[in-house]
Ligand binder design. Structure first.
Ligand code: APR
Ligand code: PHB
Length: 395
């Protein structure tokens, strides 16, 4: 059994864990990152690709913005196309003066992995037998198996960046832990296509369901349709996908779309989840480990970055200035941002999808909400403000 001592053990090497590791290492705080899967597996996951202005700024400040600024695509906001009504732009640029950025999570994760190689943050992948003890005392211990040998690490803090399925949130005793959850009765069937995307990220509302045109690079597009949860990707031929997608688009949007064979196809269920508190003793949760968002507002990655912004500052203040105020307020500070983002995602999900239980009254109410957005600059400003995530990352 190998024995180590470090200051911070980070469980999970998705964007949250990798960015935290990098920031701590830069500030001279010792840490190790543990990941259950292989690097190839982590880098093959396809997730959303729209960053809020505050997230863009935070990545630049963290020294991770170079490739994002080269190949990312600044965006004014996101369009909503509504059957039988004019389309409308959630114009973040106009109302906040700041830009969104189209940059795939997979690109960001690649950037973080190559920076790790440069800085050398200790990292173990394909670990098994993870055990975490002592988070309610002063010296937590984390043990695991890697490449056939057992390792035991003593540390000051354990950070659960282990995603929605990870074990860390369950270390909070049941009597303390609150889980708030909403499952939506549909999913998004997504495809990746090697073809130029349409100009704007566009959410599409149609009586047969929601659709989304998204983008990665000038030659890589991502499209989604609202779909049933009991039909996996194998039930969706490319022809069926394009018929459904184009059938939901207003003609002027359909005319912009370059169709093509899919190079990837997957189904994601839509759900919301928040675990409270985000700190228990010497355990802190960040990213999907603490919260899941339906993808309608693109909040998942942005909120993982928001947590890391708070938590990195709090840990650095603890180790370099012996100041625990930010650590003590982390859970409350992070959760106030998280709930604001939950509200936006819930509102957008309800507005834009067709629910199996919808009746004509529900349809009229949604129509009224959209008409109000079209008519009122005050409502447009408020929506742009929430969509941009302000003051979530700055407050
Ligand atoms: N031990 C070690 N690692 C683990 C364990 C475990 N027992 N369980 C899970 N993990 C790893 C997962 O394999 C994964 O690589 O934790 C990582 C969590 O990464 P993400 O799921 O990418 O979560 P996070 O870093 O919080 O990023 C949030 O990801 O799911 C999207 O929409 C979400 O975009 C957001 C972003
Ligand atoms: C994506 O780029 O895949 C994407 C963009 C915006 C969303 C969801 C997904 O709201």
């Amino acid at each position: 059994m190998q024995q180590h001592r470090t200051q911070v053990v980070i469980v999970g090497a998705g964007p949250a864990g990798m960015l935290l590791g990098l920031l701590l290492e830069k500030a001279g705080v010792d840490c190790i990152v543990l990941e259950r899967r292989s690097r190839e597996h982590v880098l093959s996951r396809i997730r959303a690709g729209l960053l809020e202005p505050g997230a863009v700024e935070f990545l630049r400040d963290s020294g991770v913005g170079e490739r994002m600024d080269q190949i990312g695509r600044p965006r004014d906001g996101t369009r909503i196309a509504w059957q039988g009504r004019p389309s409308f732009m959630i114009n973040v640029k106009k109302w906040t003066g700041l830009e969104m950025m189209a940059y795939g999570q997979t690109f960001l994760t690649e950037d973080l992995y190559s920076m790790r190689e440069a800085t050398g943050t200790p990292y173990f992948d394909q670990i098994t037998d993870l055990e975490i003890e002592g988070i309610d005392g002063t010296r937590p211990e984390v043990s695991f198996t890697t490449a056939g040998h057992s390792v035991r690490v003593q540390c000051d803090f354990v950070i659960g960046c282990d995603g929605a399925q990870g074990p860390c949130s369950q270390l909070i005793p049941e009597s303390i832990r609150q889980v708030y959850e909403r499952k939506f009765p549909f999913g998004w069937l997504g495809i990746m296509v090697e073809a130029p995307p349409i100009d704007d990220f566009t959410y599409i509302r149609h009586e047969t369901g929601f659709a989304l045109a998204a983008q990665r690079t000038p030659m890589l597009s991502r499209y989604y349709v609202q779909s049933r949860l009991d039909e996996g990707p194998e039930a969706w031929s490319d022809d069926r996908f394009w018929d459904t997608f184009l059938g939901r688009c207003p003609p002027e949007i359909a005319a912009q779309v370059t169709t093509g064979p899919s190079i990837e196809k997957s189904l994601a269920a839509l759900r919301s989840r928040v675990v409270e508190p985000m700190r228990w003793g010497r355990l802190f949760l960040a990213g999907d480990a603490a919260h899941v968002f339906p993808p309608t507002g693109a909040k998942g990655l942005n909120m993982a970055l928001s947590d890391i912004q708070l938590l990195s500052a709090a840990l650095i203040a603890h180790f370099s200035e012996k100041d625990d105020r930010l650590l003590d307020s982390y859970s409350a500070d992070a959760l106030s941002r998280v709930w604001a983002a939950q509200h936006l995602s819930w509102r957008m999900t309800k507005l834009l999808h067709i629910f199996p239980t919808d009746d004509p009254y529900d349809r009229k109410i949604r129509q009224a909400e959209y008409d109000l957005i079209l008519k009122s600059e005050e409502v447009q400003r408020a929506l742009a403000f929430e969509y941009a995530g302000l003051p979530n990352l700055r407050g």
